[in-house]
Design a protein around this ligand. Structure first.
Ligand code: SAH
Length: 387
């Protein structure tokens, strides 16, 4: 097996539980033949550190798959995926739709698997993972004998890693249940693998504040928040998105849940519409702000922070007394502390001093590893305007 020799000192972060190796940390590579193959990682003194797929193309060239002397083969994937399922089973997270495997956080860096009814939607994010897709598919076939696998590789990651992403043509629509709601999912069409599964716990939490209130679901995508809030007793919902396709999906979901009659859908830029709503003196008892990432780069954090601040000022002003705001960031580079700071600034500018009811994060089927801070990307706050 090929051997990757680390520069002196580079092993300390790996030994402390972080799996990433950058090209600048590599001192030597011996016996390497093929991009994406598994290599042994050793420290400068030749001691074994772990094993992972190596790709010379991206600066993040290797992610440890194991710290033990075990063979990376089909059985390895069965063990890892079974462990991922066991964690979710014990935690009560196995549902009609859930994330089975979350990359680094499930010790399978570069692999995401979401389950929708009988379908496993599989996403390869590294060359190494895409090279062993048959083992992964076989493991999933063994775990879910009645199901099928839909491949939906991430195009951005594939470009970075230098492989041809496999994106199977859209499947037939499935209707899955999420607690009290039903949602249409078409593997291979739309965002992510089909649904924003990372928000499940937050939808439940915000729904507790919905009864009897008029609500605003801004950046609604499939309208999943609005459906939960209406089912929980909200009187009316305004759903807002800049994409007509998203709104069509939201309409379908509102209908599936029998709440379309209480909803209004509006296509537009949230930055403009929030301003218009404020100018018109509109008020809401619950508002969800779940925008797409405003930055994917570290050097654009400041501009992103201005964007978050602006929409949060407007949303706070749109709250009626005792109204709640669930506000999120899914930008990797916006830490929970920074997001809280941005919202504090927004509250100061809005002249509203909300209660901080909860700090929100991704659903626990997208686990966060303490030693891998990057495994947390979704952060949010549940705020309440005082009466
Ligand atoms: N809350 C949703 C997920 C939101 S994804 C859920 O739980 O399912 C972010 C959404 O924001 C996408 O649907 C995208 O079309 C929309 N969007 C992006 N930029 C926007 C903008 N400037 N104004 C309004 N919507 C926008």
């Amino acid at each position: 097996m090929a051997k990757l020799v680390l520069r002196r000192g580079a092993e300390s972060r790996l030994r402390a539980g972080h799996p990433w190796i950058y090209r600048t940390q590599v001192a030597d590579l011996k016996g390497f033949t093929r991009a994406g193959e598994a290599v042994d990682v050793v420290d400068a003194g030749g001691r074994f550190v772990g094993r992972g797929f190596y790709n010379p193309r991206p600066s993040l060239c290797c992610r440890l798959l194991t710290r033990r002397d075990e063979t990376i083969d089909a059985e390895f994937f069965v063990r890892r995926l079974e462990a991922a399922r066991e964690y979710r089973r014990a935690a009560g997270l196995v549902a009609d739709a859930y994330r089975l495997c979350w990359s680094e956080a499930d010790a399978l860096p570069g692999l995401v698997v979401d389950r929708y009814g009988p379908v496993s939607v599989m996403q390869c994010l590294t060359l190494g993972m895409s090279g062993v897709h048959e083992w992964i598919e076989a493991a999933l076939g063994r775990m879910f004998p009645d199901g099928r696998v839909h491949r939906q590789d991430d195009a951005t990651a594939a470009r970075l890693e230098g492989f041809e992403p496999r994106q199977d043509p859209p499947d037939a629509e499935l209707v899955i249940t999420e607690e009290d709601c039903r949602f249409a999912v078409t593997p291979g069409a739309g965002h992510k693998t089909g649904l924003y599964l990372d928000q499940v716990v937050n939808r439940r939490l915000v729904a507790r504040h919905a009864a009897g209130r008029r609500i605003l679901d801004a950046f609604c995508y499939s309208g999943a928040f609005a459906c939960h809030l209406l089912r929980a007793g909200a009187t009316h919902a305004l759903l807002l998105d800049s994409s007509a396709d998203a709104l069509a999906l939201a309409r379908r979901n509102l209908e599936l849940n029998g709440v379309a009659g209480q909803a209004e859908l509006r296509e537009g830029n949230a930055f403009d519409v929030l301003r218009e709503l404020e100018a018109a003196g509109e008020r809401f008892g619950a508002i969800v702000l779940d925008p797409p990432p405003f930055t994917r780069r570290k050097d654009a954090v400041e501009a992103a922070a201005r964007g978050y601040k602006e929409i949060n000022i407007r949303a706070l002003r749109l709250l009626e007394p005792s109204g709640v705001l669930a506000t999120f960031s899914c930008s990797h580079h916006i830490t929970p502390a920074l997001f809280e700071e941005i919202c504090r600034d927004a509250a100061g500018d809005a002249g509203i001093h909300p209660r901080h009811l909860h700090t929100l994060t991704q659903n626990p089927d997208h686990p966060v590893l303490l030693t891998i801070p990057e495994s947390r990307y979704l952060t949010g706050l549940l705020l309440q305007r005082p009466a």
